[in-house]
Design a protein around this ligand. Structure first.
Ligand code: GTP
Length: 211
């Protein structure tokens, strides 16, 4: 059995929602707490990657550890006299994930967005068992839907860090572009319902009948 921890991303702009969606309650429980509770039922340790841990410290989160995301420093490879540049936050989920993966100690990590109110523990549990069958060269094991991979509800081996880091250093910021360059194992998805994410107030109203 592989060792497993989780990474939950909570560092975006929430521009479509108009306020920090991580803190919005669904049936009385803030979205970030709902996702972290699911993750901690599957893993002993959950890392929450965010530039602002102080915003979430009041939530009662079990088995969770904050990793403060920092602005990205890198050499600008496009100039002959390589110049040091600092890229401001937020730099997107791929870089947030890489900063989290850098501290992970387990063989595999479950990566989740903070805005998934319909996660199903039984499906995730089946996927954990499926990790035993993932080929060694795969950089991820993910569900797939009609728009491509769902990178923010699936699994990555810690060993993918060097190729991820190289992709980011070369300026890559898109999960889909990175995944397209490497083998990815498909996880079977009984229903796309559990991938529903809350991006807008209308999405939120669909999952919270107290509104
Ligand atoms: N740590 C971290 N998480 C991020 C970053 N950008 C997005 N996320 C997370 O990635 C997940 C999906 O985010 P999106 O809904 O695509 O983007 P968003 O910026 O949060 O929202 P929009 O502004 O409405 O696009 C959420 O859990 C976000 O919190 C980032 O730069 N750092």
């Amino acid at each position: 059995m592989h060792s497993l921890s989780a990474i939950v991303l909570a560092g975006g702009k929430s521009s479509r929602m108009g306020e920090d969606k991580a803190l919005l309650p669904v049936q009385g429980v803030p979205l970030l707490k709902r996702v972290c509770d699911v993750a901690s039922s599957l893993c002993n340790l959950v890392y929450i990657i965010t530039p602002t841990p102080e915003k979430y410290q009041h939530l009662s989160l079990n088995n969770c550890q904050f990793v403060r995301e920092v602005p990205l420093s890198q050499e600008n490879l496009s100039t002959p006299t390589s110049t040091k540049v600092t890229l401001p936050l937020p730099h997107g989920p791929l870089v947030g994930f890489a900063q989290g993966l850098a501290v992970v100690q387990t063989d595999w990590v479950l990566l989740l967005a903070c805005d998934l109110p319909k996660l199903q523990i039984e499906v995730l549990q089946n996927w954990v068992e499926e990790l035993e069958n993932v080929p060694e060269d795969a950089i991820a094991a993910l569900p797939c839907h009609d728009k491509g991979w769902d990178p923010l509800c699936g699994f990555y081996p810690r060993s993918c860090f060097p190729v991820l880091n190289a992709f980011i250093t070369q300026g890559g910021r898109s999960f889909q572009s990175w995944l397209a360059q490497h083998p990815v194992h498909i996880l079977s998805l009984p229903s796309t319902e559990m991938l529903f994410n809350c991006n807008t107030p209308e999405d939120l109203a669909l999952v919270d009948d107290t509104r």
